[in-house]
Ligand binder design. Structure first.
Ligand code: PGA
Length: 252
């Protein structure tokens, strides 16, 4: 049985002080929930602050990116050992905004997730097609290519440590969610594909989140789908009541 995982991607939002207020409130709202893995991913500058607040709670700390080298002359980058030291457990890799605005490719996703795995961080790897690709009926081709490239040369054991997020780019921040059936179709395809790239146990084991305009209103129907194991939440994770409502509604 795959445990549901709900992660909040705060993107470029919240100063350390604002982050502290948000996570203090969230902590109270989700206090008694054990059946869902709850993750918050603040910007780098708020990790330290949030780390202290979620210590010994049911909320895990995540980062939004990681560089593949541990240290050296790489101005502006942040490494896995640095994140580990702050109590970070998860790291988002290959978000579509990174791919679109910062030149992220499947190859760099592969390098980043290897660094994360080496240091015991759980990668949340994002994949998904854009609107033009969907309209050209290329969704499955894009997903296949992203999975082959991102997960190249991983062992089954390594793959089992990864969480995937299927995020159709046209649904991110647009208020236009994929229907549960549309999402399930792609999630099932991804699981089938994992069964070809890896063994069937790995395919059954890996959790696949859905992301793109998830709200307290639409989460239940999404999570009811057999291959949807959680959500990566952007906008609705920036307020404690809406993120907590999503977490509560996701308890299967
Ligand atoms: P959204 O973002 O929930 O605001 O659509 C999701 C994401 O980008 O992870």
């Amino acid at each position: 049985m795959r445990k549901i995982i709900i992660a909040g991607n705060w993107k470029l939002n919240k100063t350390p002080r604002e982050a502290a207020v948000l996570v203090e409130e969230l902590k109270r709202e989700v206090l008694d929930i054990e059946s869902v893995d709850i993750v918050v991913c603040p910007p780098f500058t708020a990790l330290d602050e949030v780390s202290d607040i979620v210590l010994d709670t049911n909320i895990f700390l995540g980062a939004q990116n990681v560089y593949w080298q541990d240290n050296g002359a790489f101005t502006g980058e942040v490494s896995a050992p640095m994140l580990k030291d702050l109590g970070v457990k998860y790291v988002i890799i290959g978000h579509s905004e990174r791919r679109q605005y910062f030149g992220e490719t499947d190859e760099t996703v592969n390098k980043r997730l290897r660094a994360a795995l080496t240091h015991g961080l759980t990668p949340l790897v994002c994949i998904g097609e854009n609107l033009a690709e969907r309209e050209a009926n290329k969704t499955f081709d894009v997903i296949r290519q992203q999975c082959q490239g991102s997960f190249a040369n991983l062992t089954d054991q390594e793959m089992q440590k990864i969480v995937l997020a299927y995020e159709p780019v046209w649904a991110i921040g647009t208020g236009k969610t994929a229907t549960p059936a549309q999402a399930q179709e792609v999630h099932a395809f991804i699981r089938q594909l994992l069964g070809k790239l890896f063994n069937s146990q790995t395919a059954q084991w890996v959790r696949i989140q859905y992301g793109g305009s998830v709200t307290p209103e639409n989460i239940a129907a999404l999570i009811a789908q057999p291959d949807i194991d959680g959500a990566l939440v952007g906008g609705a994770s920036l307020k404690a009541p809406s993120f907590a409502a999503i977490v509560k509604a996701a308890k299967k």
